[in-house]
Write a protein that binds this ligand. Sequence first.
Ligand SMILES: Nc1ncnc2c1ncn2[C@@H]1O[C@H](COP(=O)(O)OP(=O)(O)O)[C@@H](O)[C@H]1O
Ligand SMILES: [Mg+2]
Length: 223
Amino acid sequence: MDNIVELESVSKSYTQGREQMLVLEEVDMHIRRGEFVALTGPSGSGKSTLLHLIGLLDDSFSGTLRVFGHGAGSLDEGERSRLRRDKLGFVFQFDSLLPEFTVLENIDMPARLAGRPDPDKALALLERFGLAEIAGKVPMEISGGEKQRAAILRGLRNSPELLIADEPTGNLDRHNAKIVLDDLREIGARGTAVLMVTHNEEAARCASRILRLEAGKLSEVRL
Ligand SMILES: Nc1ncnc2c1ncn2[C@@H]1O[C@H](COP(=O)(O)OP(=O)(O)O)[C@@H](O)[C@H]1O
Ligand SMILES: [Mg+2]
């Protein structure tokens, strides 16, 4: 199986009062193993909504969604959370490192939560990305760029097959955004697929494929 994610005619609407608001309209999409895909589109176009569906964080939609060969519609909550834990990694725009834990402990958190703490593995990740010197610091003692990089490493802690990143460079200056993008490219080069939402054209160009969401419809951007 080459596609780790497949969507066929996926639609999603939110109910607001009595109104149904259609956010995704018959979206077809796939992500291949190891591929780096950028997702762009105006604010409010449903990018985060799509990420939540693919990340198995939201199960109300119509159509077919397969994640690692499993039909998302037929998974129970235990199976969904196991897939999230074992195969998916998440990074969000605003870092959510726990302030009372060190960077090392934060990066090891997904493994701690799974009952398999192993700080050496977390340290190996920090070393691989040249960040070993911040291992023992708490989030308050590091820069915004370092926090976002640490959040990415936390997303990688359980060796996911797909890293889902929602505007990971959204609150960074250009210099730090470039460093974070280089990290993501490196991750992709090592065979982990990356799905990244971005508003930034430069960031999108790092990807092997660019998708655009607008007015509920998803299309492929020709490079
Ligand atoms: N939980 C929700 N309930 C109702 N409406 C929502 C909810 N989440 C998002 N929306 C609406 O759906 C649309 C798409 O939101 P979102 O996926 O966050 O867009 P994007 O990430 O592209 O900015 C927006 O109009 C937003 O207000
Ligand atoms: Mg969003």
